[in-house]
Design a binder for this molecule. Structure first.
Ligand SMILES: Nc1ncnc2c1ncn2[C@@H]1O[C@H](COP(=O)(O)OP(=O)(O)OP(=O)(O)O)[C@@H](O)[C@H]1O
Ligand SMILES: [Mg+2]
Length: 218
């Protein structure tokens, strides 16, 4: 826990908001953002699950190239918060979400898809589970014309943390594949006019991409 009280007020810059948290820019360090839980009844439970998963990733020194890192808890003038690596573009502005780009820049769909494919393989190769994969939990970071990447800013982890099967990599892989393929179908449903090369974006074998076998809730 970072002991110093961080001064946040209603004037502090809000980076984004979701059901479970409001995300502020750190007033003294523009590489960090602070997430404050909302009053949603599951906000605390979710944060605990996220922290537990980050602890596991830190312990195993997992590759976090495509994930906004968790930097610990803190106290703010608006209550307890959590520090995360702030994902911003070269111009210093908050990187915009995947949904934003798919909805507003159809000409970028092909480029985005090559980054999506990279992200899917990264998760699979590193056995990283994302329980809440959607287009607002991923941002497209522009560091330069030749250096762009999708970054996951929320929703990583497994809501079922202590079940024995998760210790086995093959079971983890199946879960990662199912969640990923469900996510790809969801992007297509949410953005019907975007023509995604879904076959190229799906992970795993054909059986795992069949909606009848993957609609189970994980
Ligand atoms: N580390 C970050 N860097 C840049 N932007 C971020 C970061 N974290 C969150 N955001 C932005 O803030 C928004 C809300 O944050 P976040 O997704 O963590 O909230 P949430 O309440 O947990 O979301 P949800 O409702 O999806 O569960 C994100 O959609 C994203 O646009
Ligand atoms: Mg979110």
């Amino acid at each position: 826990m970072n002991q110093n009280l961080i001064n946040l007020s209603s004037d502090s810059q809000i980076i984004g908001e979701g059901f479970f948290c409001t995300c502020y820019l750190h007033p003294e360090d523009n590489s960090i953002c602070i997430k404050l839980p909302t009053t949603h009844k599951k906000a605390r439970k979710r944060q605990k699950a996220d922290e537990a998963y980050y602890r596991k990733l830190h312990k195993t020194k997992a590759d976090l190239t495509y994930i906004s890192d968790y930097l610990g808890s803190c106290q703010t003038s608006l209550g307890p918060g959590h520090l995360y690596q702030y994902i911003k573009d070269k111009n210093g502005k908050t990187s915009k979400t995947l949904n934003h780009y798919i909805a507003n820049y159809p000409q970028k769909t092909e480029e985005l898809c090559s980054h999506l494919a990279k992200l899917g393989h990264y998760l699979l190769e590193n056995y990283i589970l994302v329980s809440d994969l959607h287009g607002n939990n991923i941002v497209f970071q522009h560091l330069s014309e030749n250096s762009k990447k999708l970054m996951i800013v929320d929703g990583i982890g497994d809501r079922v943390i202590f079940t024995a099967p998760n210790f086995f990599n093959s079971i983890k892989s199946d879960k990662i594949i199912r969640r990923w393929n469900k996510f790809i179908r969801r992007i297509q449903t949410d953005h019907p006019s975007a023509s995604l090369p879904k076959e190229k974006l799906y992970l795993g074998n054909k059986a795992l991409t069949d909606p009848k076998t993957v609609n189970r809730a994980y």
